[in-house]
Ligand binder design. Structure first.
Ligand code: HEM
Length: 373
């Protein structure tokens, strides 16, 4: 399809279709997350995030909006060709502090600082816009009820000995490599035994949609500079070092800077089609939007200079005094769909518990000067 014939879907207040009883599921999701974090807190005598507890890199950089964007991309944060300071946090999915050779999906959370403009009500007056992403293209469940089943199992698995998790992960990784070699990646093994590739070469996405000003989009981050592209799919030996990923990221940024492209995939207009039958649904987070119909388009560049990617002071600040949430957002980038709606309470409650348990004050920095070197 040529880009001239593409008609993008306009944002309207009724693009979402909330389920009648969904708040009950949201409350249960939030309670389960709390249970995970409290279980871990009793083990470690410290409260960590209930998922993505372990960080591997905490970086400072800038986001530079591309000048001369067409109207459909010149929206919200990307309306003006200017630059913003940003904080990046690389993480791994589990809520416990496993050794890095227990592989699982990676997270990338991005906080854009010094952002003016109207925010969603829970974030009113705050100077930040976050994007909270994983290295996948669709979510594990279509909706909050489906996710609740999975997260309950995860909660129950927390009491498994670490050795068992390690054995499952390594076994699953090997099995997955075999299946991939014959082009049959296994949905069940995907994730827990994900191949050990360099996290800096990965592409990340919000997976679920956000409002994109007058339109609707998913937002993603892909390696832009040749040195990061060179790490895409590169196997790394996670060996025996407990914090091998932290060391890999440190090794890179000690000598180099790198850039990522910030991309958006706009939803197409599908007049008269029910959400469940759409190619670009709002309420089905496990549906990958077809790239051949609406390609990812670059709206900005992230520039990260050479630096210490895990200094003690910055690691403490980012892990302990920042929280990243899709609901730290401009009205122009309001999260959309059931999975996104369920995250409002869960992230807020998780942050509150961490603040109280660890006696920490949380901050939303307006400038890079507030972030330790
Ligand atoms: C599109 C789907 C999702 C993605 C891409 C995603 C990704 C992430 C990432 C990367 C983090 C770590 C953020 C950081 O570095 O601070 C995180 C944290 C978290 N996620 Fe999600 N997540 C998703 C869905 C959910 C859902 C459905 C829930 C529950 C309703 C949830 C609950 C949480 C909580 C409670 C935290 C910890 C927040 C904190 O303690 O500050 N996530 N998620």
């Amino acid at each position: 399809m040529s880009t001239e014939t593409i008609k993008y879907r306009r944002y309207e207040q009724n693009v979402e279709q909330p389920a009648a009883d969904e708040q009950v599921v949201f409350d249960e999701l939030s309670r389960t997350m709390q249970h995970i974090t409290r279980t871990m807190a009793s083990r470690y005598r410290h409260a960590y995030r209930p998922v993505h507890a372990k960080s591997h890199g905490v970086l400072l950089g800038t986001l530079e909006v591309v000048p001369g964007l067409p109207e459909e991309l010149r929206q919200g944060l990307f309306a003006e060709a200017r630059s913003y300071p940003i904080v990046l946090r690389f993480s791994t999915n589990p809520g416990d502090m496993l050794a890095d050779n227990v592989s699982s999906p990676r997270g990338l959370a991005l906080k854009v600082l010094g952002v003016d403009g109207e925010k969603v009500p829970n974030h009113g007056g705050k100077p930040t816009q976050d994007f909270v992403c994983i290295n996948g293209s669709k979510f594990t469940a279509p909706d909050p009820a489906g996710f609740l089943k999975g997260i309950k199992q995860f909660d129950e698995s927390l009491t498994l000995p670490e050795g068992v998790k390690h054995a499952v992960s390594v076994g699953a990784r090997a099995a997955n490599a075999v299946l991939k070699a014959v082009h049959l990646p296994s949905a069940t093994l995907e994730g827990i035994g994900a191949a050990a590739v360099h996290p800096l070469g990965e592409s990340f996405s919000t997976i679920a949609p956000v409002r994109f000003g007058d339109y609707i989009a998913k937002v993603g981050f892909a390696p832009g500079s040749e040195n990061l592209k060179g790490l895409t799919g590169k196997s790394i030996d996670l060996g025996e070092d407990y914090n091998a990923l932290e060391l890999e990221i440190k090794k890179f940024f000690r000598h180099h800077g790198g850039t990522w492209d910030v991309k958006v995939q706009l939803a197409l207009d599908e007049p008269g089609v029910d959400d469940k039958d759409r190619d670009f649904p709002i309420e089905k987070a496990d549906k990958e939007w077809p790239e051949e119909k609406s390609p990812w388009q670059t709206v900005a560049r992230i520039v990260v200079p050479q630096q210490d990617s895990y200094s003690d002071t910055r690691q403490l600040f980012v892990d302990e005094q920042l929280s990243f949430s899709p609901w730290h957002a401009l009205v122009a980038h309001r999260p959309l769909g059931g999975i996104m709606r369920s995250r409002l309470k869960a992230y807020e409650e998780a942050r509150k518990y961490r603040a109280q348990r660890n006696a920490r004050e949380f901050v939303e920095p307006a400038s890079a000067d507030e972030v330790p070197a």
